[in-house]
Write a protein that binds this ligand. Structure first.
Ligand code: DQA
Length: 144
């Protein structure tokens, strides 16, 4: 099967960005581990990080033509703002899992609402970089 992992704005700074909140693992380390995890299970996995909403939207559109089976997305700050990204995921009708490194529910009020959670297969938050590993496990299980 084919998986796509999408990372939203500022996640390119993982490792140095507020490490007390987001941990010390870099995005490159996260992506590398996910590719290895997918390959070990006989699957393909691609990833994209962008600070630009339209690039994430266009990558989601392309995923439909590529017959991606499942998406894992950390929309980052777009979680709390982007109807457009939500609509893109609904438009392509590809099941997706929402991941957050931090536990958004124990942070500021404005992080408590997500435009994605009610249409995601599942949501993982507060488990740091390991959350991506759990999400890929769940995604592999989901598409069986
Ligand atoms: C985040 C949580 C968001 O509120 C924040 O804007 C991020 C990262 C997380 O992974 O914990 O950029 O999605």
């Amino acid at each position: 099967a084919s998986f796509l992992v999408l990372h939203g704005p500022n996640l390119n700074l993982l490792g140095t960005r507020e490490p007390d909140v987001y941990g010390a693992t870099t995005l490159a380390q996260i992506n590398q581990a996910l590719v290895a995890q997918a390959q070990a299970a006989g699957h393909r996995l691609e990833f994209l990080q962008s600070n630009a909403e339209h690039l994430l939207i266009e990558r989601i559109h392309a995923a439909q033509a590529e017959k991606v089976d499942c998406i894992i997305i950390n929309p980052a700050a777009f979680t709390h703002t982007s109807v457009a990204l939500r609509d893109a995921l609904l438009a392509v009708n590809i099941p997706f899992f929402e991941v957050h490194l931090s536990n958004v529910h124990k942070r500021e009020q404005f992080r408590h609402h997500s435009y994605f959670s009610d249409v995601a297969v599942g949501v993982i938050c507060g488990l740091g970089a390991s959350g991506y590993r759990y999400a890929l496990d769940a995604a592999i299980e989901h598409i069986k």
